[in-house]
Design a protein around this ligand. Structure first.
Ligand code: DX5
Ligand code: ZN
Length: 220
């Protein structure tokens, strides 16, 4: 099946001195999403940025805010992320303990699309109970926590399995991949069934517009 390829540049790799300008460049490049990594220093070792940064950039752009929560007990902050402008709130299955259904419900109630994410060590089958309840599945293709890592090769099989699980349930849900995606391996992940592609270093390293166009397959 031919799905539209959506690029979601991860601002974790941006130059925060000129974040606003770089977001404008992302918009001009043809990318539709902006990937926003929130890390709490508990679920992952790093702390990234939080509400003040997101509400500030929200004033300046209408890009789709694809918020990736790498935080423990994400349910605590769902309404706040919705209020400051998240369009999609994606949380980690591993961080939501026994509250996965409730977390999804709260995200929907707050008016956002819901995404659920799994780390490299979590099998795709663990997503089964929630396949029909979310708008997107995020397969981490590196260990979450840092940008600039290398794509983990066994992720390709996991993307394929996830796409098969969805198809077997009659679903055409978006599959997002995150970590180590470049112009060299984007074809592999899209062929396996991913259609929303997070890219940090491969967008913000160098010319943003050119990099996005290359990822979109618009020029070599
Ligand atoms: C990692 C983050 C990613 C990261 C991707 O925990 O979730 O979004 O920014 O960066 P690259 O594309 O450089 O691997
Ligand atoms: Zn991310």
């Amino acid at each position: 099946m031919n799905r539209e390829r959506i690029i979601s540049p991860s601002i974790l790799a941006a130059d925060f001195n000129i974040l606003g300008e770089q977001i404008q460049e992302v918009k001009r490049s043809g990318a539709k999403y902006l990937h926003i990594d929130v890390m709490d220093g508990m679920f992952v070792p790093s702390i990234s940025f939080g509400m003040p940064v997101i509400s500030s950039i929200r004033k300046q752009t209408d890009l789709f805010f694809d918020v990736h929560l790498m935080i423990m007990e994400p349910i605590r902050y769902v309404e706040e992320f919705a209020r400051i402008g998240a369009d999609m709130v994606t949380f980690h299955l591993e961080a939501a303990r026994g509250l996965v259904d409730e977390t999804i419900e709260r995200i929907h109630k707050a008016g956002c699309r819901a995404g659920i994410s799994i780390k490299p060590a979590t099998p795709a089958e663990e997503l089964l109970p929630w396949l029909e309840k979310v708008e997107m599945i995020l397969i981490m293709t590196v260990e979450p926590g840092f940008g600039g890592q290398k794509y983990i090769p066994f992720s390709t099989e996991k993307i394929r399995q996830t796409r098969q699980l969805l198809t077997a349930h009659g679903l055409d849900t978006d599959i997002e991949v995150d970590g180590g995606i470049t112009a060299d391996n984007i074809g592999v992940v899209t062929e396996a069934g991913a259609n929303v592609i997070v890219a940090g270093s491969s967008v913000f390293g160098g010319n943003i517009a050119e990099n996005v166009r290359r990822l979109l397959g618009q020029h070599q």
